[in-house]
Structures are given as C-alpha cells and as structure tokens.
Ligand binder design. Structure first.
Ligand code: RB5
Length: 147
C-alpha cells in the first residue's frame, strides 16, 4: 500500500514520526511536505495529498496540522476526497468502515504521538463495510458532482 503524507509546520514533527513508523512496517510513502518546522500554510499540503489520492498515485493519505481542522478542510475541497479528522482509534475505525474515508487527518497539538500511531494503524487496517453505507457515501459523491 502506498500512502501520501502532508503537514504544515504544526504537523511536521508528527509527520516524521508517522513516516518512520510506516516505513518500518513496509509501506511505500509519498512525502508531500512540508520539509521543516518553518511556518508553512496548510492548504497547499492538504491539496497535494488530496490530488495524490484522487489521481491514484497513492491508495490513501494522511494530513496533519496543529488541530487537523484546517488541513482536513483543505483536503476535502479536492473532488473525491473524504478526509476524516480523528481524535481516537474508534473514530478511525468508523471513518473507514462507515464513511470510506480516503484521507486521515490528525491534530499534532491534540493527540500525543502514541495515540496518533494507533489511530494510523487502525485507519490502515480497516476496510469499508459497504451495505447501507455505500448508499450514504454515494449521496455525498452525487451532491459533489452537482456543485
Ligand atoms: C498553525 O498555527 C495552525 O493554525 C494550523 O496548524 C492548524 O491548526 C490549522 O487548522
């Protein structure tokens, strides 16, 4: 599985921890930046990761900023993206099972690194369950096409 990572300065440190963790587990990583803890605007990285997912360059994405809010809003502006901001592993499980999320968003100033890695592992381990959830996710896609 190939995973795109993107973060602003607030998420830079956690992005590196997640990158190291995933590389150790054998995942392929596309690092969309930022590359330092110097101030960087989160929209650019949310858009880059979103585009990497919708162009099928990667299977899923992980985006990180201070709260996870700004970068998830940005990623969700890319057509076809369902970015889910998760603060615990249950949310990560549901984001995949029920919402078929294709991007996980994290707040580096909200969750500690241990919890963040558990959220990441959960998100990557769980698949969409389909059934009635397909209809609901399709309704969002149809609405998006009409916008
Ligand atoms: C940057 O200070 C901060 O605003 C950003 O990382 C993020 O939390 C925005 O939603």
């Amino acid at each position: 599985m190939k995973i795109a990572l993107g973060a602003d300065h607030g998420g830079f440190g956690l992005k590196n921890k997640i990158k190291e963790h995933l590389l150790q587990k054998g995942y392929e990583i596309m690092d969309c930046g930022t590359d330092s803890d110097q101030s960087a605007d989160y929209p650019e990285f949310g858009f880059k990761v979103g585009k990497a997912v919708t162009s099928n360059q990667v299977d899923v994405g992980i985006v990180i900023c201070g709260t996870g809010i700004g970068i998830s809003i940005a990623a969700n502006k890319v057509k076809g993206i369902r970015a889910a901001l998760c603060t615990d592993s249950y949310m990560a499980k549901m984001a995949r099972e029920h919402n078929n999320a294709n991007i996980l968003a994290l707040g580096a100033r909200v969750v500690g690194p241990g919890l963040a890695l558990d959220i990441v592992d959960t998100f990557l381990a769980v698949s969409f369950s389909g059934w009635r959830h397909t209809r609901r996710v399709d309704q969002i896609s149809e609405f998006e096409k009409s916008c």
